[in-house]
Design a protein around this ligand. Sequence first.
Ligand code: FAD
Ligand code: NAD
Length: 468
Amino acid sequence: MQTKYDVVIIGSGPGGYVCAIRCAQLGFKTAIIEKYTTLGGTCLNVGCIPSKALLDSSEHYHNAAHNFEKHGINLSSLKVDMKKMIERKNSVVSQTCDGVKFLMDKNKIDVYTGVGSFVDKTHIKVIGADKKETVLETKNTIIATGSKPNFFPGMEPDGKRIITSTEMLNLDEVCKNLIVIGGGVIGLELGSVHARLGAKVDVVEFADSIIPTMDRTLGKELTKVLKKEGFNFHLQHRVQGVKNTGKGVEVTALNAKGEAVVFKGDYCLVAVGRKPYTDGLGLDKIGITLDKRGMIEVDAHLQTSVAGIYAIGDVVRGPMLAHKAEDEGVFVAEVLAGQKPHLDYNLIPGVVYTWPEVAAVGKTEEELTAAGVPFKVGSFPMKALGRARASMDLMGLVKIIAHAETDEVLGVHMIAARAADMIMEAVTAMEFRASAEDMARIVHPHPTFTEAIKEAAMDATGKRAMHI
Ligand code: FAD
Ligand code: NAD
């Protein structure tokens, strides 16, 4: 294999592999280095794809157990085959990872399997599992090494009873009582998988709301939804320690009054965020600087403190999301080609794949209040829609926040069936700086869940929602 490249990318997650494709499309001789034998990074192997596969399977079970009868469909002897559910998830993962390999080959991108590290600014060493070393010479390097689960002292995962999302995605038994530390995205998504399959789920959260960084309305509404599925929430509880007792776990937390509270269960999922991963890259050798959270510091072009070396995705500031990593990958490739790409960080949507789904884009009410921006709010409950009644997806709402004077839409927050897809209407509208009036005047198909967006926009712009 040729070892001289225009671009070498370290890490094959959604940031790295998408960047590689765009580099190849732009005519750069490109190589990608991945330490694992499968491509696709956290997202494809132990993140977005496997979690959504299990969420879909558990949702089918939950509907069969609780909702089919109301639709006039009677089932007998329903049971969960967890091993089969995990096997199907594994097959979805391997097909998706193989797809990335196909794309690398199709775009003539050289793939090196092994750990990549800097020899100097223009040479990257790859050490394979067989300890064989290859040195690649490159004009530009993109660091796309992603992130790993975080934890605090006292809650160190042991991979058996005290686990992270990575082990949880391979657990082939249904938890009886799962204790989740952290009421964020991972805790609520993976907690949902087991709650739907019959587990009692206790979420111990430090903040005074679940999904605390999203608009507060969403946390409140999602709490109601998840309580019906078997979740209990213990808010304002700061976890102090977790113990594996052999057949179970004991989680000790301090409540708001400073009293110690003990939660007992069979497994504990530690889901208190993720940390950037730069171990073994040899960044100190070339003088690349990290911020105090351990993220690689980059400028507006995603270039590090060293010219010709860029960083993207979870390893740099901004939301730790696959689509953010992908778009940063495209952005850097186009910067290298001398183009002037643009990425609006305010318009990166966020989704929580519970059911109903939670989705948001733009500013929250709390952020606008803190910034002193005058705004008005419109909202519409899903239960007032014919489509929602037909499918029995009555929980949730759409909330639209618009500027009080200009009517420009500043934020859209929803909890609704298919919100993950519906949010794109809001992203598109906001990309073109639509007003609430614009959104209210767009013709929406009937009967669809999207009618809630039109109604919420009518409510925001002139308190003229019609079906409530
Ligand atoms: P990663 O995907 O982490 O990839 C980095 C790659 O670099 C890895 O393959 C790693 O092995 C490799 N690597 C690291 N160091 C080296 C080295 N020195 N040499 C060679 N290779 C190296 N995001 C969403 O947008 N939607 C979701 O639904 C979603 N669900 C998630 C569910 C879970 C359970 C988790 C954990 C995460 C989820 N995420 C989701 C977040 C998403 O997975 C990440 O934001 C995304 O994977 C980041 O992409 P990346 O390319 O920056 O890094
Ligand atoms: P998170 O930041 O979403 O949630 C962590 C939660 O843990 C927070 O609510 C925080 O207040 C709480 N917490 C922190 N310390 C605590 C303590 N000592 N005791 C109790 N609670 C404590 O992090 P996550 O859920 O681990 O997810 C990590 C990342 O992965 C997120 O940045 C997310 O963007 C990404 N992810 C995205 C998706 C998606 O897009 N659907 C799915 C999964 C993961």
